[in-house]
Design a protein around this ligand. Structure first.
Ligand SMILES: COc1ccc2nc(C(=O)O)sc2c1
Length: 249
């Protein structure tokens, strides 16, 4: 997978050099290109914003640097990635909410590009221009119902959630299975040594060696934890599967 990120704060993406994502890049599983939007400016001050038409607080990102960034992405024509055009993802509070299902959708894309907005946002005409230049493949995505100062933090989160789904990135693929949100349930509680710690023990079933009993206990823990913390997930699952959201009643 290729990922391009355009930002006025390219150093914000430095964490993508670390840990599993950094290793995936070094192993050639992820081809990441971070671009400074200001490299597509022409004035002495490398200006990327201006006052909003219609008045109001803050500044708006001007369209021309973004159009040149989009033109670059459209012209790269990296034949290594099917279609040679990326899906452009623009993080924004008014976007479709990012979730694990979308993480899987994006992980199936050969090439993603992220446009990181700042200030009050990007001139609206850029979205239309980008859709024309990239065969309509532009998606506005929000991390959640809150507002950040820009798209970079969202890109870090989305990139990590997506890249970890790529084959070979997470050492043990089995660890991707019983995770929160993978199958509609939250994960079970985990324990490690020591067996007794500051007067607190480990559930005996986990020390029993009875793998069937352990699997049953863990599933029950997932149901109870989901019912307690995210009952909405159980209701959604029941609506889809038609089963009793809490068979453990
Ligand atoms: C100006 O660019 C922004 C501003 C707020 C914001 N909030 C996001 C979110 O996912 O909540 S992405 C994003 C991008």
């Amino acid at each position: 997978m290729r990922i391009d990120v355009v930002s006025i704060f390219p150093e914000y993406l430095a964490p993508l050099d670390l840990s599993l994502i950094g290793r995936a890049r070094r192993e050639g599983l992820l081809d990441l290109h971070v671009h400074d939007l200001r490299s597509w400016t022409t004035d002495r001050h490398r200006t990327v914003d201006d006052t909003p038409y219609g008045g109001g607080a803050g500044m708006v990102m001007t369209p021309e640097p973004w159009a040149q960034a989009v033109d670059h992405l459209a012209s790269v024509g990296d034949r290594s990635y099917a279609g040679a055009r990326p899906l452009l993802v623009v993080p924004g509070p008014g976007g479709r909410r990012f979730d694990q299902a979308m993480a899987h959708e994006l992980a199936a894309e050969p090439w993603l590009a992220f446009a990181c907005g700042r200030y009050e946002g990007i001139d609206e005409r850029v979205y239309d221009y980008a859709a024309e230049a990239l065969d309509g493949r532009v998606r506005v995505v929000s991390l959640g119902d809150y507002v950040l100062n820009g798209g970079e933090v969202a890109v870090l989160a989305i990139t990590e959630a997506v890249a970890r789904l790529l084959p070979g990135v997470v050492g043990n693929a089995a660890s991707l299975v019983e995770e929160s949100h993978e199958d509609g349930l939250l994960e079970y509680p985990v324990y490690t040594k020591p067996a007794s710690w500051r007067g607190r023990g480990v559930p005996p079933v986990l020390l029993s060696g009875d793998h069937g009993a352990i699997a049953t206990w863990r599933h029950r823990q997932r149901l109870e934890r989901t019912a307690a913390r995210r009952p909405d997930l159980l209701e959604a699952s029941a609506a889809v599967n038609g089963d009793d959201p809490l068979p453990i009643r």
